[in-house]
Design a protein around this ligand. Structure first.
Ligand SMILES: Cc1cc2nc3c(=O)[nH]c(=O)nc-3n(C[C@H](O)[C@H](O)[C@H](O)COP(=O)(O)O)c2cc1C
Length: 777
């Protein structure tokens, strides 16, 4: 063990464990841990081969992980906003917990979904590929799919790792979090199967607590701060030993949630779970977490079976969340509070559709479908009433035989009378994932309504806490919620504005006639690293300011600006546009900052605007998160925070309809000039030009044989069907970009002053309050 002096040495806690182990080379390894590590170092071909549907022959990695770290360094804090309370979750299940099972479970009420356990050596070395048509993300090794997921499940997806080696765990988590595909990562410390335990993994980790804790800490170090780390264990034979272990795990500070499968390692699944033992563990974790100033929910797993059963188990054990494995294996609609749906009529056909549309490996599909409960009792929905007639055993047996004999998706589809061509022709986002999307958005809006959510009364009051309050040019009184002063008139006259926005709007409207480039600003985004060896890269380009949300020019209004939808005011969120096919869009939606992830499941990117207004000698640097709103049906649409970005309701407005973002998107699209309208129906910007070899010095407008139109008429003014079709294509590729500012650094070169405006913590830009402080210019 390290000495106290060693412990006090400052240590680079963000380093991977192997590197830190070298720094601690004087540290005596824990003999018990070292022995386990030796076991874990052997190649684990069988361990990964356990899921024979997705990976078989994973080559052993070079074993460079001999060093054991008795990991006592402080670990980075977690900023995840994921809540593990008050939920019902899909349990991790090897082979079963693949993409279609998870999507079905989410659709029917699972709040979070765990993927199947995948061991460290299997995921390390995988290449990440995105299918542009389906949106499915695949982690591939030697052309075999090791793991797949879809952006729609990202806010709810927990990746489960099998590991008994902190160094490999670190590398594995770096891989799976490289592009922000999962919301949390879990360590499997409960699997009693030989493929897991023989390598020291799974339930064997329960008897190597130091290794278990070190592995969790390595995972915490590897994961980005907004990705939660969790752990799943089984009970130990005695209550005392279990509590001792749980105590150690919680004290690592590495986990946000602990799942307890209420069976011991030696118990078989058919033996009833020891649910009565959980309450004491829950109490212990609650007390300990409170002492640490944290909340660490304990999730009950074992014989929960379905949502109907869950409340009873919560009452018995004191947990607020439960986790279901076999219930969901038999019927993924077990998460429905009203009871599950018919397997042959609803669930099995849906399984086939998901599998077909998302290219799930046929072997896995057959395996999972064979586990579905083709039983008379499961052939009618539980809430169908007494008139519904169950299928008889013969009919059900025919379906089971059909699944067993099918060799292709086509044959499987025939069993359930599904037209393969028709399914393949459907839009994945709109039609295949439509029901899921609806279910998720209903849940999100239900949750945000019950949590207080958007509150129109929090109109954007500005706190001028450091610069003399309302006395500043056009500023507002502290917290009064209403703007005053001349500058206010420059913005819409029905909602208050932060001071910086008034200054910006005034500078633009006063100078637009003389300063032609005034509407262009430099817009920077960040490309996330493509691998652990890569670094984040900044990208900057000029874009055109398309106004603030819900603002339009109106010469008759004071300040020349009016709200487009009079039921709403305007907000400081800025609008620009992009082509949804460009790489920029990936950068806009794949960032990992806490800010970029909304509690509503939305996801954006970090950005900065640098805007120089020459006539006023003002430089605005606007830091914000950026959100992309494509047309309905596009996979990225689910990441847009519709409610959070909505402008505040206009004072006195009695309208109850939500802000119509599609109208807003269309309004900006319709205003584009003919050249820009045409630009959106070209091939993807930046892709190879089909006429590249003969264009040479030709200017675009000289290209009389242009393979695409150079101009298109405004929507509504099309002269023929071809133009209509092209405009539709343009609109499909067009996306509205909304910048949600959180900090504005304003340098006034004319006055030699500099002011930093910041959004109040926890408030959203559309309606929140801002502070202002003077800094040295
Ligand atoms: C088919 C199957 C595969 C499983 N695979 C995993 C796994 O990958 N990781 C894990 O932690 N537990 C795994 N388990 C255990 C379950 O997650 C769960 O702890 C156990 O089945 C008890 O829950 P239940 O009573 O709801 O089935 C698996 C269980 C089943 C039935």
């Amino acid at each position: 063990m390290p000495s106290v002096a060693q412990l006090r040495q400052p240590s680079p806690s963000m380093l991977p464990p192997a590197k830190r182990a070298k720094m601690h080379s004087n540290t005596e390894p824990d003999s018990h841990v070292a022995a386990t590590d030796g076991a874990a170092a052997a190649p684990e071909i069988e361990a990964v081969a356990a899921d024979s549907t997705s990976y078989n022959d994973v080559p052993a990695l070079p074993d460079n992980a001999h060093h054991h770290v008795d990991d006592l360094d402080p670990i980075p804090a977690c900023t995840s906003t994921l809540t593990f309370q008050n939920g019902i979750f899909l349990a991790p299940m090897v082979r079963i917990g693949t993409l279609p099972t998870r999507l079905l479970s989410l659709e029917y009420g699972a709040d979070l979904v765990w993927g199947p356990e995948i061991v460290d050596r299997a995921i390390i070395g995988c290449e990440r590929k995105v299918n542009p048509t389906t949106g499915v993300v695949e982690y591939l090794k030697e052309h075999k799919q090791i793991f797949s997921c879809h952006p729609i499940e990202r806010p709810y997806l927990v990746y489960q790792l099998g590991s008994a080696n902190p160094d490999l765990a670190y590398q594995a988590i770096k891989i799976i979090t490289q592009a922000d595909d999962v919301a949390a990562v879990d360590l499997n410390c409960g699997c009693p199967k030989p493929f897991s335990t023989h390598a020291g993994m799974g339930a064997n980790m329960l008897s190597t607590p130091v290794l278990l804790c070190n592995t969790l800490k390595a995972m915490r170090r590897a994961a980005p701060p907004h990705v939660a780390v969790t752990c799943k264990i089984r009970l130990l034979p005695t209550q005392e030993a279990t509590i001792e272990l749980v105590d150690k795990i919680v004290r690592t500070g590495a986990i946000e949630c602990l799942t307890v499968h209420c069976r011991t390692k030696d118990m078989r699944p058919r033996e009833p779970a020891l649910l009565h033992r959980l309450r004491e563990i829950v109490d212990h974790v609650n007390t300990l977490a409170a002492e640490m100033g944290r909340t660490i929910p304990v999730v009950c797993n074992g014989d929960v079976w379905d949502a109907v059963n869950a409340p009873r188990i919560k009452e018995l054990t004191g947990v607020t969340s439960t986790m279901v494995a076999r219930g969901a294996e038999a019927n993924p609609s077990c998460f429905r509070p009203q009871g599950s749906l018919s397997i042959p009529d609803v669930i099995a056909p849906k399984w086939v559709r998901y599998s077909l549309a998302l290219n799930n490996p046929i072997g896995n599909t057959k395996y999972c479908m064979a586990q579905l409960a083709f039983k008379p009792a499961e052939s009618v929905a539980k809430d169908a009433g007494t008139k519904a007639k169950p299928m008889n055993k013969k009919q059900l047996s025919a379906l089971r035989t059909g699944i067993a004999q099918a060799k292709t998706h086509e044959e499987l589809a025939t069993v359930f009378k599904i037209d393969v061509d028709q399914v393949r022709a459907l839009s994945v986002d709109d039609e295949i994932l439509g029901d899921l999307r609806t279910a998720l958005s209903q849940r999100v809006s239900h949750r945000s309504a019950s949590a207080g959510g958007f509150d129109g009364e929090r109109l954007g009051a500005v706190l001028n806490n450091a610069s003399g309050g309302a006395s500043q040019q056009g500023g507002q009184g502290v917290g009064d919620g209403h703007a005053s002063g001349d500058g206010q008139k420059r913005a819409t006259d029905n909602s208050p504005q932060p001071e910086w926005k008034q200054l910006l709007a005034t500078s633009v409207s006063d100078n637009i006639k003389d300063e032609k480039s005034i509407l262009y600003y430099a817009f920077s985004t960040v490309e996330p690293p493509s691998s652990v060896h890569d670094a984040a890269k900044p990208h900057v380009r000029y874009v055109v300011h398309r106004g603030f949300v819900n603002e339009q020019r109106d010469g008759d209004r004071p300040g020349g600006i009016a709200p487009h939808n009079a039921s709403f005011g305007s907000s400081p969120c800025l609008l620009t546009t992009t082509d949804v096919r460009t790489p920029k869009v990936q950068q806009l939606t794949s960032q990992s900052s806490l800010r970029a992830h909304g509690p509503d499941g939305s996801r954006g990117g970090e950005c900065e605007i640098a805007w120089w207004i020459e006539s006023a000698q003002l430089q605005f640097r606007i830091s914000g998160t950026v959100h992309v709103l494509p047309t309905p049906g596009h996979p990225l649409r689910s990441l847009f925070p519709f409610e959070r970005l909505s402008p505040p309701r206009a004072p006195g407005s009695e309208a109850i309809d939500a802000f119509d973002w599609d109208k807003e998107r269309k309004r900006i699209f319709d205003k584009l000039n003919p050249g820009l309208l045409a630009s959106f129906c070209r091939p993807t910007p930046g892709s190879a030009h089909p006429n590249a070899d003969r264009l040479q010095q030709a200017k675009p407008k000289d290209d009389t044989s242009s393979p695409w139109p150079l101009e298109l008429p405004s929507p509504g003014k099309e002269e023929n069907e071809e133009q209509k079709r092209m405009l539709e294509q343009s609109e499909k590729n067009f996306a509205l970009v909304v910048v949600e500012p959180y900090k504005v650094d304003l340098v006034n070169l004319a006055d030699d002053t500099r002011t930093v405006y910041e959004l109040q913590p926890g408030e959203c830009a559309a309606t929140g309050r801002w502070t202002a402080r003077r800094v040295v210019p």
